[in-house]
Write a protein that binds this ligand. Structure first.
Ligand SMILES: [Zn+2]
Length: 293
């Protein structure tokens, strides 16, 4: 069975440069593809490098086979990395004067995906000023190129809906990652083209409101994510415990993806294989690709 991580941050410094090791572990677990989201101008080059280097990581870890397939000696294949470039609302206030030009040039190099972008009125002391302008500019860019876009939203659901409804948005749809909005808004977002990705964090007992919202997500709009290094599963479900580079705090390992799928299968009362086939089709529809690419 193949697993698709709709949202993570593999470039994050908290991984302490262990990306090749993490990618290899993901391959052994059956992770077929992951969308790696940039968050600010400083990390876009790292995201680009992961996107460009992933074939090289594969080549280094994989003995050449006559038929050219990507199976390693252990039988595991390495995940495809889909780089995504965007200004996260937490860093918008740090932007330089030519951030949009920079973003455009990264998307010219790899026209893959836009994200993580969004609106955040939850984080204490975070300026809201400028967030809508930066979000809308990035959404417009994604719409012009019909690229998939990954959206973060905390305590700004009304404005988010208004902007998505009235402004340009990609014809192929968009992802509301770790959807935590009201269950009543799921349908109206879905009508605008939304997909919704479920993180392992929502397996925590206290996250019942978020689980209930996900029960309202249309079957053809569900995706699964790790959001690694953030949003860890509850301890008893965490199969890959990991500490940050400084050794001080636990972080989420992207190879926990199958454990998030297992949580989703329980939540929807569905067989894992059936859920996997549905999520795979949804992933390809939004992010592109197929079982043969
Ligand atoms: Zn994220």
């Amino acid at each position: 069975m193949k697993f698709y991580d709709a949202h993570n941050h593999l470039q994050d410094d908290r991984f302490g440069g262990r990306q090749a090791e993490l990618i290899s572990a993901c391959g052994c677990e059956g992770v077929a593809c992951m969308v790696v989201n940039g968050a600010c101008e400083a990390d876009w080059p790292q995201v680009l490098a992961l996107g460009e280097e992933s074939p090289r990581i594969r080549a280094a870890a994989t003995p050449a086979t006559p038929n050219g397939d990507e199976q390693s000696a252990s039988g595991a294949s390495h995940p495809r990395i889909l780089p995504s470039f965007g200004y996260h609302p937490w860093y918008v206030h740090e932007r330089t004067g030519d951030w949009l030009k920079q973003l455009t040039s990264f998307l010219d190099k790899i026209p893959s995906a836009v994200g993580e972008i969004g609106l955040d009125r939850w984080k204490p002391d975070l300026p809201y000023e400028g967030q809508e302008e930066v979000f809308s500019a990035q959404l417009r860019l994604a719409a012009e190129r019909n690229l998939p876009v990954s959206i973060h939203c905390l305590q700004a659901w009304g404005r988010m809906h208004e902007i998505l409804k009235t402004g340009p948005r990609p014809a192929r749809g968009f992802l509301l990652h770790s959807y935590g909005g009201p269950k009543e808004m799921v349908k109206s977002f879905a009508d605008l083209g939304a997909y919704f990705s479920l993180p392992g964090y929502y397996a925590l007992e206290r996250k019942e409101r978020q689980r209930e919202a996900f029960r309202h997500v249309p079957p053809e709009r569900l995706l699964i994510e790790t959001d690694a290094p953030d949003q860890s599963l509850p301890v008893e479900r965490n199969r890959f415990p990991l500490m940050d580079a400084a050794g001080g705090k636990p972080i989420n390992h992207p190879a926990n993806l199958p454990a998030v799928y297992a949580f989703a299968a329980e939540l929807f009362g569905e067989q894992l294989e059936a859920l996997g086939a549905r999520v795979e089709a949804n992933f390809f529809r939004l992010f592109g690709g197929s079982t043969t690419t």
